[in-house]
Design a protein around this ligand. Structure first.
Ligand code: URA
Length: 223
């Protein structure tokens, strides 16, 4: 009996993605490597027709921010402004998210921001399970390339997907969880905070936990 050799371990996501770009350049500069690996995924997203959301999109919405980010924010899916501009969190919820990021003593350009689904659900409805299933391989590959130190999930869709949990946000937020060994903190979605500003204080206390984990100084503790 001939035993087949064990299958070679799949190369890590970054290495696989880099096979599709110019290897000498990508290997010479590790930061270009991460950006280039994301560009490969972004091009696949741009051509994706795997679910019904593709039919009504203006364009796909991949990510914004720094491929080398220590902190990744994950929302639900593009809204009207995002669908028009091709960038996540550029509408009213995005303006609030940027205020939160700046209050954390970070620049919006220093973090990485993306969504569970890359095409706008009609009327901003919650993405349906088949749409989440079709799109999330892209999100998981993005996380595999960026490999942040901390993930913040914004709202139920991102939190539920990454934690595989149906528990309510009121139970999940404000506590540390993990996704594949990466510390993950769920908090309220900024769109929810715009509707229910009384919960902003909870998000701020969640973000203080994130700052602590990243070794950032909370405002008021400086000087
Ligand atoms: N809400 C999201 O979840 N993502 C966006 O990009 C914008 C609004």
């Amino acid at each position: 009996v001939v035993t087949p050799p064990p299958a070679a371990a799949a190369p890590p996501v970054v290495a696989r993605a880099l096979l599709a770009v110019d290897p000498p350049v990508a290997q010479a500069d590790p930061s270009l490597g991460r950006a280039a690996a994301l560009t490969v995924i972004q091009r696949e997203v741009a051509g994706c027709t795997a679910c019904k959301l593709a039919q009504r999109r203006t364009q796909t919405v991949f990510a914004r921010g720094n491929p080398e980010a220590r902190l990744v924010f994950i929302g639900e899916g593009p809204g009207e402004q995002e669908d028009k501009q091709g960038l996540p969190f550029v509408g009213p919820a995005g303006q609030l998210l940027d205020k939160i990021i700046v209050a954390m003593s970070l620049s919006p350009d220093a973090v990485y921001v993306c969504n569970v689904v890359k095409c706008r659900p009609p009327g901003n409805r919650t993405p349906e399970p088949d749409e989440v299933a079709a799109c999330t391989p892209f999100l998981l590959r993005q996380l595999g390339v960026v490999r942040p130190e901390v993930i913040v999930t914004l709202g139920r869709t991102a939190t539920g997907f990454l934690l595989g949990s149906n528990a309510p946000m009121s139970r999940l937020r404000g506590q540390w969880h993990a996704y594949q060994g990466i510390p993950l903190l769920p908090t309220w979605h900024p769109s929810y905070l715009l509707r229910e500003p009384a919960h902003k204080g909870e998000t701020w206390s969640d973000m203080k936990l994130v700052m602590q984990r990243l070794g950032l100084t909370p405002p008021g503790a400086r000087g």
